[in-house]
Design a protein around this ligand. Sequence first.
Ligand code: ATP
Length: 240
Amino acid sequence: MIHIDSLSKSYGKSLILENISVDIPNNKITGLIGPSGTGKTTLIKCLMGMEKYDSGKIEIQNQTVPDRKILNSIGYMAQSDSLYNDLTGFENINFFSNMYSTKISRESIQNTLKLVQLDDDRDKLVSHYSGGMKRRLSLAIALINQPEYLILDEPTVGIDPVLKLSIWEQLHTLSKTRTLLITTHIMDEAMKCDHLLLMKNKKIAVSGTPSEILEAYHAEDIDHVFLKLEAEENENVRPD
Ligand SMILES: Nc1ncnc2c1ncn2[C@@H]1O[C@H](COP(=O)(O)OP(=O)(O)OP(=O)(O)O)[C@@H](O)[C@H]1O
């Protein structure tokens, strides 16, 4: 479980995350959803120890983070791909797999490339990859050491609908034994998550399963929940 307690974070004078307290359950896909610029990536960077937070606490497996040992059990896919353009897909994933203390076999690299449907393109230079291929390679790199926690920042951007579906199937399979935290703007992807955290105004405004949230807000989709939150804020009325 990821436990976030009273977390606040500013960049300079701008407060980005305000007193956030939330638990991210094990063996589920939690979707962190919210309009652009609400602080989703900032929250993830705080979890990963890539940004220092001002106050509060983050614990993963009861261990305060950042913690080196815990980092080894997290697979992270950033929003922008950090790949070596002058290496092939295979060489990239091989490079990153050498960073782990446990040896990752060629077979497991090959299987992971297959999973993201890059096995046929493994020997192409990444500079010749499309945007979607780069995203898939980044996803493969996040998966390579079979981490207990997977934190994926907009994993399906630039990926075509058919592959997107197969990646979601895979994410669901992974979530049987792993804890996933995924950010997305894409509202139909929100509905595929087991648990949602809706971010608004520096806070987690709503949390629950997609159906619980839709029911509570009498909304047909998550977009409408955000619209209702906006109206609620403007009129200062609560949903009935
Ligand atoms: N390093 C930084 N220095 C200063 N401000 C930053 C920095 N990184 C992000 N911000 C600001 O913090 C706010 C939250 O950004 P963040 O990237 O966390 O949002 P987001 O919800 O992930 O957005 P998106 O969905 O567009 O990726 C934005 O106003 C952004 O401009």
